[in-house]
Design a protein around this ligand. Sequence first.
Ligand code: ADP
Length: 607
Amino acid sequence: MKKVGFFRSIRVKFVVIYVLLILFATQVIGVYFARELETKLVTNFKNSLKERVNLLEYNLREEMLKDRNENSAILEKDIRKILGDFAASDVSEVRVIDNHNRIIGTSDPNNQGIVGQRTTELAVKRTLAVGSEEDKIYLDQQTHNRIWVYTSPIVSNKEVIGAVYLVAKIENVFKQMNEIKQIFISGTIIALLITAFLGILIANTITKPITEMRRQALAMGKGNFSRKVKVYGNDEIGQLAITFNNMTKRLQEAQASTESERRKLSSVLSYMTDGVIATDRRGRVILINKPATEMLNVSRETIMSESIVTLLHLEGQYEFEDLLNMKDSINLDFSTKDRPYILRANFSILQKETGFLNGLIVVLHDITEQEEIEMERKEFVANVSHELRTPLTTMRSYLEALADGAWKDPEIAPRFLEVAQNETERMIRLVNDLLQLSKMDNTDFKLEKEELDFVKFFHRIIDRFEMTKEQHVVFERKLPNYPLYVEFDPDKLTQVLDNIISNALKYSPEGGQITFKAEEKNHYIEVSIKDQGMGIPKKNLDKIFERFYRVDKARSRKMGGTGLGLAIAKQLITAHGGKIWATSVEGKGTTIYLTLPYEPSEEEDWS
Ligand code: ADP
């Protein structure tokens, strides 16, 4: 947050307001006080002089009324004497003028020249004419001091017999007034300084807790709830600080619980196997868990805020609004040529309590394996039905022919019955093979392994085939002349080798050769059965181990094959921990290889 500027701070505002208030108050008081005081001082000054002038007038009147036979020189002399008594420090000059406007005396010893002259002062003339007193303050042009000029009539029996003209030094009164004003101004400045200082102190007591609360709020914003505001008192600010601390505590608790919920949710999201994506109400991705990024092969950083429709490659098929109303799941097929990959997406909307749409949650589930199993199941059922229907149809037509009268024909009837018998046997074989596969698919399928000499075991099987074989095929054995003790389930391995050898015989031409080989290799033995038959095209080599796969269906069926022999062999060899594969050259022959884990025994090493 921005720092509050110095001049905008409460502290400064507080001090300024405080100082202005005091300044205003002192000014109002000062102006009123100064004016009143000035008026009072001036009035006092004038009154005291007026009283003295009254007394002077009384003395002058007495002197002027004395009969001196018009001898003005005597009068002037007496008046000078009275005026000499009147002399005072605050009086500059006092003149006495008779009713003929003639100056008959002055107190100024340096100005005695004007005695006997006619006065030029208008105020004096007006006083003599009207009989009223007059006073006025003037600025002396020479000294630049204020002077008070007072004229008062000398009245005897209601007749103006003369006038007193007084010039007093009133400047002292104003000087005194200025001094008082100076004292007042310095007093005001001192008061303002004290006020400002006190204002700062008071403002501090208010702003300090507020500043602390501000700091605390900033720290809270950054997630630090450990601080507490100091409570300085029980006033309103103190109460605010207490409330603030309570609020901090509540917030801390709320934040802790939100944080723990968030952590729980995030660990649930990251540990779940399903992918989860959340969007905002415009369909932009705001959350995606790790499994979802892996499923969609995207990085979290790049797809944040991307549209969910784009992310799921649904452009052109669905709009975001369609997904909001989606009741069923959608299968997203991301399969490539080499790898099937199907995701199932389920949608649910995020709503506020008010019903306001907040976003969409998409849950992704990898259903590739499920789909593959389902496809395999369907294919298997179709294959089994097909495999069973073919012999059954054949049988039905032969049996129908027999029922229609062929049974009476001694030549046809036995042939037809033989066909029916062969087909029945093939069906029995097929069902047995299916049962065998189903047993192996069962989880509790177990091998019953024994440690036996594999060379001896192999010889015995080849012997059996040699004895029962119908066509002319040469058997060649390339087996070690020492025992190889291998751990295996003899019944199951018999079944494997029976399947491979009977195939080799089936596809061997008359006079062909079958080579049986067993070799000891590093930690395993390798067995191979090589024929000189028609061979298998290269592209079909791997497929011959799949269920129901046959290179030439018609031929295999004719030979009584079920198409399951090598599939069963592969499953059994894999269960033994070995491998099975084939190599072939078309027209030259086929070799089927298989391996079994083998550890040479110590006894052998000793011998
Ligand atoms: P089938 O019952 O048809 O023999 P198998 O699973 O044993 O079923 O073999 C699958 C297919 O592999 C056969 O149909 C055949 O086309 C081919 N096959 C197996 N062994 C040989 C072989 N030795 N020579 C040529 N083709 C073979």
